[in-house]
Design a protein around this ligand. Structure first.
Ligand SMILES: Cc1cc2nc3c(=O)[nH]c(=O)nc-3n(C[C@H](O)[C@H](O)[C@H](O)COP(=O)(O)O)c2cc1C
Length: 307
């Protein structure tokens, strides 16, 4: 089997986001990749018998490239895409955390953190993002690509292209925009050209952006100090632009995620030493009444986290 491109369509079945994704997948296929399209709509994401999160994880872990195509909903990605990320990604899929836990195992240590260790995460992968909106103005799209990055950074997947489409506000109407359709094909080709590469050696082929790491332009300002809102790279306002002074705090950098891993282990250790105090103080909040659909006001016991 050749290199695999996994396409995740997060919009209406047959809708504009899916049309752009198919265009990208066809281009990748024409360049020799094996491709497959999964509809987010087809996945059960609630823990229980119909839960498909594990099924999707195996497809993701088996791919060399992930293309995500999503409609823009209330300025960002659809909530179900975030649910998928909450179920599968973050610390449980973080390459730096997995490397840290593997190294600890080799030293015979057992850090008291509850994360999965799936070494298959460490294979190099690239990604491409397509965000498809109905609006013609930028302010209705601002948070779509930044949130898409939250799906790739933990696994150290290198984003090699990203695009935003406007004006596709009625069903399937993106077909009226040949430039958008052609751009999606270019994105598919760009992704295919980087198969087998990862964070270390993938070439970014998308549009330029202010931040040298995520290539987006959404920032936090503290006076003249700048922090990239998508990835955390640091800089200073200088003239009309940003002088990026420190890329190491970016969550895209393995250095930052290794530091974050150490912080998590230290925090968990400090809390473990105070476990009795946590129990004692948290007891004051147990049993607070909640309301639920179809039930009278009930007193519930506290539950452990679901994720
Ligand atoms: C609830 C809802 C919220 C939306 N919010 C935005 C938005 O904030 N910005 C935007 O550009 N388009 C917005 N749209 C339009 C969709 O992004 C657009 O119609 C998209 O092409 C739908 O893609 P699909 O048919 O592939 O699902 C919204 C649509 C819906 C239904």
């Amino acid at each position: 089997m050749g290199t695999r491109v996994l396409g995740l369509g997060c919009g209406n079945p047959g809708g504009s986001a899916e049309i752009l994704l198919i265009e990208a997948l066809r281009a990748a296929e024409a360049d020799g990749a094996d491709v497959e399209l999964v509809r987010l709509d087809d996945l059960g994401l609630d823990p229980g018998p119909d839960d498909d999160a594990g099924w999707f994880w195996e497809r993701l872990i088996d791919c060399d490239a992930w293309i995500i195509s999503a409609p823009i909903i209330s300025r960002t990605v659809p909530g179900r895409l975030k649910v998928l990320g909450d179920r599968l990604l973050g610390p449980n899929a973080d390459a730096a955390i997995i490397e840290g836990l593997l190294a600890a195992r080799l030293r015979g240590e057992d850090p008291a953190v509850p994360f999965r260790v799936d070494e298959r995460v460490l294979r190099p992968r690239v990604a491409g993002f397509i965000a498809c909106g109905g609006s013609l103005t930028t302010q209705w799209k601002t948070l779509a690509l930044p949130v898409m990055h939250t799906l790739t950074f933990s696994m150290s997947i290198a984003v090699v292209d990203q695009m935003v489409v406007e004006g596709a506000g009625t069903p399937r109407s993106v077909v009226l925009d040949p430039e958008a359709v052609a751009r999606a094909a270019t994105l598919g080709g760009n992704v295919a050209s980087q198969l087998g590469r990862g964070l270390d050696d993938a070439e970014y082929l998308g549009p330029p952006g202010a931040c040298p790491l995520c290539r987006l332009d959404v920032v936090v300002l503290r006076g003249a100090e700048v922090e990239c809102a998508t990835c955390g790279a640091r800089g200073r306002l200088e003239g009309a632009g940003v002088a990026w002074t420190d890329l190491s705090p970016s969550v895209i950098s393995l250095e930052e995620r290794a530091a974050h891993y150490r912080e998590i282990v230290e925090t968990a250790g400090a809390h473990a030493a105070r476990a009795a105090l946590v129990e004692e103080r948290a007891a004051a909040y147990a049993g607070y009444p909640t309301v639920r659909p179809g039930a009278a006001k009930v007193t519930t016991s506290s539950r452990s986290p679901r994720l």
